[in-house]
Write a protein that binds this ligand. Sequence first.
Ligand SMILES: CC(C)(COP(=O)(O)OP(=O)(O)OC[C@H]1O[C@@H](n2cnc3c(N)ncnc32)[C@H](O)[C@@H]1OP(=O)(O)O)[C@@H](O)C(=O)NCCC(=O)NCCSC(=O)C[C@@](O)(CC(=O)O)C(=O)O
Ligand SMILES: [Mg+2]
Length: 293
Amino acid sequence: MEKLRRSMMFVPGNNPGMLLNAGIYGADTIILDCEDAVAITEKDSARNLVFQAISEINYGTEVAVRINHISTPFGWDDLKRILPAKPDLIRLPMCQGPDEICQIDEFISEAEQKNKFPSGSIKMMAAVETPKGLRLAYEIASASPRMVALAIGAEDFIANLKTTRSKLGRELLAARGQLVLAAREAGIQCIDTVFSDINDEEGFKKELELIKEMGFDGKSVVNPRQVSVVHEFFAPTAKEIDHAQRVLAAYQEALEKKSGVISLNGKMIDLPIVARAERTLTYAKATAGKGGK
Ligand SMILES: CC(C)(COP(=O)(O)OP(=O)(O)OC[C@H]1O[C@@H](n2cnc3c(N)ncnc32)[C@H](O)[C@@H]1OP(=O)(O)O)[C@@H](O)C(=O)NCCC(=O)NCCSC(=O)C[C@@](O)(CC(=O)O)C(=O)O
Ligand SMILES: [Mg+2]
């Protein structure tokens, strides 16, 4: 089973209190942010705080750093300062194409060598937040073996579309669908964007229902209260687990009888359904007891 990334929680890199406690909420990944959660005047101190946090705190979970884009005056400095602390994952925002991934990949390789870290141990993911990034999503996803996920950054994406974000999310349907397809083609995970209204639990759940149906592996979140809600949604229900067990039992029985046709309660079961049932049970096992605080 691949690494669970149901919830990826942003933590502002310039907030010492939040950095200190970020590990206690049960997020699958915490993203220490040097980009948009940090004002321009705070970039240097955030970078230093993030370095210190990774070096000194045992978060007990995957630690990512969202750097500033490498075309800004901050991106390369973020990497130079932070890589020696050995984050698990670098998240690149506003990714515009595979060249950026290759450049950062090379830079990380040099840092791994210099610091005697195992080669390939620092992973990468990229957020697609522009129409160009979306058009090149598959190329971005497959530009480096370090790439473990694509993400969509809706606030920036929608600003680039020149529209506004709605509760139903119709404006994002095409982009979300294309991003999942690109990630699946490249064989990596796909993470949905943040839901900024932390007090609108009903709206948040509706969005979770949609993204789970669309095939996303997880969601970026901005607040600890959102973590357990995400985990609840991504956990298979008792009904789904029961159905998966019945499918596998029917499949086993058919194999023993050397029967080519399998059915369960009058419904034909074919191999993709068997594969889905296996995935449900593997996922149920992997998520059991990992609900978040
Ligand atoms: C929203 C709010 C201010 C609310 O604060 P409040 O204090 O009212 O919240 P409460 O619930 O009362 O907090 C209860 C306790 O949890 C602590 N606590 C809260 N949040 C915590 C946290 N994140 N990490 C650790 N600790 C946390 C808090 O300190 C308190 O601790 P304590 O006092 O000890 O009880 C706060 O959450 C927050 O700052 N969020 C992060 C915002 C952020 O990072 N934005 C940038 C990323 S998006 C982006 O860039 C767009 C994007 O790029 C996205 C894409 O690419 O996907 C695109 O384009 O779409
Ligand atoms: Mg953004």
